[in-house]
Design a protein around this ligand. Structure first.
Ligand SMILES: [Zn+2]
Length: 421
């Protein structure tokens, strides 16, 4: 550049170009304030001798907030809404000595997040967005540090931001146009919580959302209930929020949809879970433990349940609700027999957080396992999905009708239920 002699015309052009860039930047800053979308197009890791650098190619310059979280050691990177237009599982095993894996996605309305799982304690050297030669990018630089120093930083962060407010999902406001009961369908996972992944790269969060949409359509066609989805697109919803949506909408039934993986690829078929203090078996206990980590996958701290233990009305309602949950679970299993893909032990129970609404009958339908070739073929077949959703909707209709009859003829309750009065 220094050897080029700039004539007056060329320098005027340069000034004009600089002005154009400045005004474009200003425009993008304003656009960003208005909530315009920034996209992430690709990510990669650069391992430098003394640090690991995680880079995302972006289409704009978002503000960046990063902080450490302990148990297990993670770095959380908070962003305004950034759409990750890239493979959902790119960060699963990046092969870095400090970054074990990373997840990214929408965390809440207008908020996105990157969660970096660490192989050991690390400190943040840098976390911001910048314009590089290839365009705007997000830069996160981490270096190993001592466990003691990491613990101090994480504790300080937790103190300054005690229980970082969980994202608030605007409650769906589809006001009932009829007095039809509400059924809440809960597609598991979402956003940066991907759930399970098949060996071909199918994601649980996508499989269950497609099933939930098909199920909504079948139930609505039946005409007995209105349906709410806890999420209708790819976003993270905390477990407690899913329960809240069911409770605040006075749901007659809550059905959470999952499709996990197991290390034993021979295990296959659908399973229906209800909530219980003691797990029905070791596999159910493991499954609940895994599902209950969903909030942690997105960087939320798990909170102890604030249950109104000791309140007699609460206890009675909970017993009655659980009895209805079991009733629906048995009915759902018998309807599913016609689809022909049941686990050898299809009725199980464990302490699933998402099933803990004490006054909404709740089940978790594990459609099948992404780790089983046979189940995977089902789960990715539109024809199977339609048939399975149809049978599930028939079970829902049967449950809603039976509850309706009971409401008209009180006294016809499930045998092991106590009524709260
Ligand atoms: Zn799941």
């Amino acid at each position: 550049m220094s050897r080029i002699v700039l004539c007056a015309a060329a320098s005027r052009l340069l000034i004009l170009a600089a002005l154009a860039i400045a005004s474009a930047l200003a425009r993008s800053a304003i656009a960003e304030e208005k909530g315009a979308e920034i996209s992430a197009l690709a990510a990669r890791i650069e391992a430098l001798p003394d640090r690991s650098r995680l880079l995302f190619d972006l289409t704009g310059l978002p503000p960046v907030t990063a902080y450490p979280v302990a148990n297990p050691p993670r770095i959380i990177v908070d962003l305004p809404q950034v759409l990750f237009r890239m493979e959902a599982n790119a960060g699963l095993s990046p092969g870095d000595k400090l970054i074990k894996s990373y997840r990214y996605g929408i965390f809440a309305p207008r908020r996105s997040r990157v969660v970096i799982d660490l192989t050991g304690p690390a400190k943040i050297l840098r976390a911001d967005s910048e314009v590089a030669t290839g365009g705007p990018r997000l830069v996160i630089e981490l270096a190993p540090t001592s466990a003691a120093y990491f613990a101090v930083l994480a504790a300080e962060q937790a103190r300054n931001q005690p229980a970082a407010p969980p994202p608030i999902i605007p409650l769906q406001t589809a006001k009932p146009t009829t007095d039809k009961p509400t059924v809440v369908i809960d597609p598991g996972h979402g956003g940066l919580d991907m759930g399970a992944t098949s060996k071909n790269g199918e994601l649980e969060k996508e499989v269950v959302l497609e099933f939930a949409r098909a199920l909504r359509q079948k139930i609505e066609e039946g005409g007995r209930a209105r349906v709410l989805l806890t999420r209708d697109h790819d976003m993270f919803v905390p477990l407690a929020e899913r329960v809240r949506i069911a409770r605040e909408n006075n749901a007659a039934l809550f059905v959470s949809i999952h499709a996990d993986t197991l290390s034993a690829s021979r295990v296959e078929g659908a399973t229906v879970y209800t909530v219980s203090e003691r797990a029905s078996d070791a596999e159910a206990a493991r499954m609940a433990e895994k599902e209950n980590l969903a909030d942690q996958a997105a960087g939320l701290e798990s909170k102890a349940d604030a249950e109104q233990v000791g309140d007699i009305l609460f206890e009675l309602t909970r017993r009655e609700t659980r009895s209805y949950s079991r009733q629906f679970s048995h009915s759902l299993i018998s309807f599913w027999r016609e689809v022909g893909a049941l686990n050898k032990n299809p009725s199980r129970s464990a302490g699933f957080v998402v099933l803990k609404a004490f006054d909404v009958p709740s089940v978790l339908l594990e459609l099948g396992y992404l780790s089983s070739d046979k189940d995977l073929a089902h789960l990715t077949s539109q024809d199977w999905r339609e048939r399975a959703a149809q049978k599930t909707a028939e079970a829902v209709d049967a449950f809603i009708s039976a509850r309706g009859r009971e409401a008209r003829a009180p006294g016809d309750q499930p045998s092991d239920a106590a009524r709260p009065q």
